[in-house]
Design a protein around this ligand. Structure first.
Ligand code: ATP
Ligand code: MG
Length: 404
């Protein structure tokens, strides 16, 4: 019987994993260079963690199940709530601010399509403890630096959800309106606001969403204090960050309170949002102290698809044996100590077949585990140039490091 993968999941073969690990390395290194440290939380949590944050409706979108003792659990659909739960549980006395990052798989019961899976990965950070513009600027800049380093062609939009919330303050179905704005579903938004007899608000939302500068948006809606957002803009400009002020960013989830941002990459079609983030207050919801935080989540799979990153790989060397396996194993260890990946024959093949296998897997070198070994040298064949050369064991490391 042939068994297929579950819908919306993927297998990753070695070439793909190599690219994913290379992208991951860049993300980790940059986050760590900003002082962020890695955390991990459980793959499943109490369902309540997610319904508390996003409302009962999210149950439709997540993998929720009951365990054998009747507990309601869920596979995590994202990491911000779990990290803030962890913070409330275990980190309340740690010195602030806290800088955490994570790379983890998430699960959502969505309709699978290009760039949208039921199991996917997020790389994200949370900066916990500050409600100042500097923290928003840092988190935005960090996401920007990561996508730049990965050579992604993207645009960054920065706004403030407080503005839309303010404009919608008299609207009954605020959360629904925010979701419609997030999806840019103007038709339904118009219907909703018309029904509430508030077409005027619809017009303001439209105009505000189209504004390109603070001056422009201030003329449309002056009852909002734009100074916080301007401070964030100022820091970003001083760092030469290219961004688009966007006063129509609503974000789907309703826990954001202040500055919000999104990044969209070219080459992904409809699922082009590769990063979303902003400032929020969640800790109190989970029984912690009411601390302000800022974070983002990068859609790792989407970024991998469009990034351009060098997969750093050691040379691959095939040890060609002549029937004495103990010799092959010994030579392979010497090679590994010299800094390369060494593969021994486990098929009992003759020399010709071992070399043809080396070709077929694109090995960089073949090293013969032959008689020369007694003289302290090995014969090395460069599989690309076909040149052969005897190299002394002491020089192997230099030889291969020069070959990269
Ligand atoms: P979308 O609007 O595309 O559903 P979202 O606003 O729900 O995304 P977030 O919860 O902010 O997304 O997650 C952060 C990032 O994770 C998104 O910007 C996206 O790149 C990625 N992402 C979200 N859902 C999926 C999925 N099902 N498959 C792959 N990547 C995803
Ligand atoms: Mg979504």
């Amino acid at each position: 019987m042939r068994i297929e993968r579950p819908r919306g999941t993927r297998d990753f073969l070695p070439d793909e994993m190599e690219k994913r690990r290379a992208a991951e390395r860049v993300m980790r290194e940059i986050a760590e260079s900003f002082g962020y440290r890695e955390v991990a939380t459980p793959t499943f949590e109490h369902l309540e963690l997610f319904t508390l944050k996003s409302g009962q409706d999210v149950v439709e979108e997540i993998y929720a199940f009951r365990d054998k003792s009747g507990r309601d659990l869920a596979l995590r659909p994202e990491l911000t709530a779990p990290v803030m739960r962890m913070f409330a549980n275990e980190c309340s006395v740690m010195p602030r601010p806290l800088r955490f990052y994570y790379l983890s798989n998430c699960f959502r019961y969505e309709r699978p399509q290009k760039g949208r899976y039921r199991e996917f990965w997020q790389f994200g950070v949370e900066l916990i403890g500050s409600g100042r513009p500097e923290s928003d600027a840092e988190v935005i800049f960090l996401a920007y630096r990561i996508l730049k380093a990965l050579n992604v062609d993207f645009t960054l939009h920065v706004g403030h959800v407080g503005l839309l919330r303010d404009i919608l303050s008299d609207i009954e179905e605020k959360d629904r309106a925010m979701r419609l704005i997030d999806k840019k579903d103007w038709e339904s938004l118009k219907d909703l606001l018309e029904k509430e007899g508030n077409l005027e608000v619809f017009q303001i939302v439209m105009n505000v969403s189209e504004a390109k500068t603070v001056e422009e948006v201030e003329r449309i809606y002056s009852d909002f204090d734009y100074s916080y957002l301007e401070s964030v803009f100022e820091i970003l400009r001083s760092l030469n960050v290219e961004f688009v002020p966007d006063f129509g960013i609503a974000r789907g989830l309703d826990y954001y309170t202040g500055v919000v941002f999104e990044m969209y990459a070219e080459g992904l079609g409809a699922q082009k949002q590769v990063c979303g983030g902003g400032s929020y207050r969640l800790a109190r919801l989970f029984g912690g102290e009411d601390v302000p935080s800022t974070g983002f989540a990068i859609g790792f799979d989407r970024v991998v698809e469009v990034c351009d990153v060098d997969a750093e790989r050691k040379p691959t060397v095939i040890v060609v044996g002549f029937g004495d396996s103990t010799k092959s194993f010994k030579v392979a260890e010497m090679l590994r100590n010299a800094g390369v990946n060494a593969i021994v024959d486990v098929m009992g093949r003759n020399v010709r077949k071992q070399l043809s296998y080396a070709d077929s897997i694109n090995a960089d070198f073949a090293v013969f585990a032959g008689e020369e070994l007694e003289r302290g040298v090995v014969r090395v064949k460069n599989m690309k140039t076909k040149e052969q050369q005897d190299i002394s064991i002491e020089e192997l490391q230099d030889y291969f490091s020069g070959s990269r």
